[in-house]
Design a protein around this ligand. Structure first.
Ligand code: BG6
Length: 484
């Protein structure tokens, strides 16, 4: 975690969806890790809220198991001090039925006051499906819990443009803009933030970061995992809402943005939003949707489901920097490998002097690859094969952020939770940008292209290869094995 000038004020942190998948995999481990690093407020309480009947003790056990399974370090001597600050409320919070929540928050605040806290802040984390965001926000308003509060909304914020507009109106009727934190955890990934350093702190990359030198860009997030226990959520979102209009678009905006005047929230977010404004709405003929075999018979999936578990798209950013440079996006569940990769492929130079195969091979051979998952940057290029003659062969230079950080890359959720606690919205998304991203995919939502089946463990429907042809999907080797 980078040194921060601000430290968080005393807090009551409420997690709606406290017994859910996100709380288990990410939020509770991240909060425990922040506690271990001394980055939580001096005085805090964490209240898990959900409908599931659970005692405080069971919630602590649930949190401990989550930490043991998903944190990078075991729940050791720090655990007890953390666990003592956890409690649970089983209640279906809704407008007109929020008193138990008010009581739970006030109880936690009273405990903090006994420990010497002054004015306590509140952080509400909505780790629940978007359909309940509006209801919970209204409940917070009615329960008189808005004062001293910040509210974090998980993605997707809305399900399409009309539902976004409706939700945005409700949220703005209850909260002031500085209280609203719409999260997209890919923006918290350290390697993505490093794109800003790479591009704007060096003289080497930015001059070639444009249509004169870049042939195309790939944003590729294949996943081996399936939908698992999240079928209920996933049936509503599919890959388009779960990954593309959210994570992949946000990554695209950081890759494509113009230099902001400063890295303050407004100028930086303005530049990201300008990228979305310059993007052309996605067209059905530039999109491939797929569903892995076996998905439709999984528990929680409706019969004959039309939900896509795979989506690949060709996207255009029609501005002076990028016009004519296709951005290819791909993501899907149950694919052959798990990666989070951005590749910028350079235009091919005239290679006549090297003869033979290289002239026939119209593929770009020089790439810049950012591995967001691993924290790696690689430059792939052609180099002279050692020895007599003048043949060239592929070569690579790598830089590992995780090695530079001694394996201590900050987890995206830790970073963003900490930012929310100290009131820094720089790495959160903004309503005008979200609205525009929905506009970009509204036509796809209204008229989804046909769904193609694909085998589990494959690279998705074959049409995804046609979408990018004559180029091809490129993932760098990992551990000596080619990925695609
Ligand atoms: C989540 C999606 O937001 O991101 C999941 O809902 C996806 O479907 C996950 O698997 C990927 O995130 P991570 O933690 O691998 O960066």
């Amino acid at each position: 975690m980078p040194a921060r000038s601000r430290s968080a004020e005393d807090h009551v942190i409420v997690i709606f969806g406290g017994r859910g998948d996100l709380a288990r995999r990410k939020l509770l481990p991240a909060l425990f890790h922040l506690h271990h690093e001394g980055l939580l407020p001096k005085r805090f309480r964490i209240v898990g809220v959900a409908r599931t009947e659970t005692s405080d003790e069971e919630f602590r056990d649930f949190a401990r198991e989550a930490v043991e399974e998903f944190d990078r370090r075991p729940a050791d001597s720090d655990w007890q001090a953390f666990a003592e600050r956890l409690s649970y409320l089983s209640h279906d919070v809704a407008p007109g039925d929020a008193q138990p929540l008010t009581d739970a928050v006030k109880r936690a605040e009273a405990e903090l006051a006994d420990e010497g806290a002054g004015s306590v802040r509140r952080l509400f984390y909505l780790a629940v499906p978007p359909a309940v965001f509006g209801r919970l926000t209204l409940a917070l308003g009615e329960a008189d819990l808005v004062e001293r509060s910040r509210v974090v909304y998980e993605k997707p914020f809305g399900m399409d443009r009309p539902s976004f507009c409706e939700l945005d109106e409700v949220v703005r009727s209850v909260l002031a803009a500085p209280q609203i934190y719409t999260i997209d955890h890919f923006l918290g990934k350290e390697t993505l933030q490093n794109v800003l350093a790479l591009r704007f702190a060096n003289g080497m990359f930015e001059p070639v970061w444009n249509r004169a030198h870049i042939d195309h860009v790939q944003i590729d997030v294949p996943e081996q995992l399936g939908v698992g226990s999240r079928a209920g959520f996933y049936e509503q979102t599919g890959a388009l809402r779960d990954m593309v209009v959210t994570h992949l678009f946000q990554v695209l905006s950081v890759i494509a943005l113009e230099p902001p005047a400063s890295l303050e929230p407004k100028p930086l977010t303005d530049e990201k939003v300008k990228v979305f404004e310059a993007m052309a709405p996605l067209r059905g003929e530039h999109v491939v949707r797929g569903q892995y075999e076996g998905y439709a018979s999984a528990e929680g999936v409706s019969e004959g489901s039309d939900t896509e578990t795979f989506l690949a798209a060709r996207v255009e950013v029609d501005n002076w920097r990028w016009a004519g440079v296709p951005f290819y996006l791909r993501t899907g569940k149950r694919l052959a490998a798990s990666r989070q990769t951005v590749t910028l492929a350079f235009r091919e130079p005239p290679r006549r002097m090297f003869g033979g195969e290289l002239i026939a091979d119209r593929q770009p051979n020089d790439y810049l690859t950012l591995d967001l998952g691993r924290g790696e940057l690689a430059v792939s290029f052609l180099a002279k094969r050692p020895g007599p003659g003048m043949d060239v062969e592929p070569a690579q230079m790598r830089y590992s952020y995780s090695e530079a950080a001694n394996g201590k890359l900050v987890d995206a959720y830790e970073r963003l939770l900490h930012d929310a606690l100290i009131g820094d919205r720089t790495l959160f998304t903004r309503a005008d940008g979200i609205e525009r991203t929905w506009e970009l995919v509204q036509d796809l939502i209204d008229r989804p292209p046909p769904l193609g089946a694909y085998e589990q463990g494959s690279w998705g429907p074959e049409r995804a290869a046609d979408l990018i042809a004559p180029r091809r999907w490129y993932l760098p080797e990992r551990d000596g094995r080619p990925a695609s």
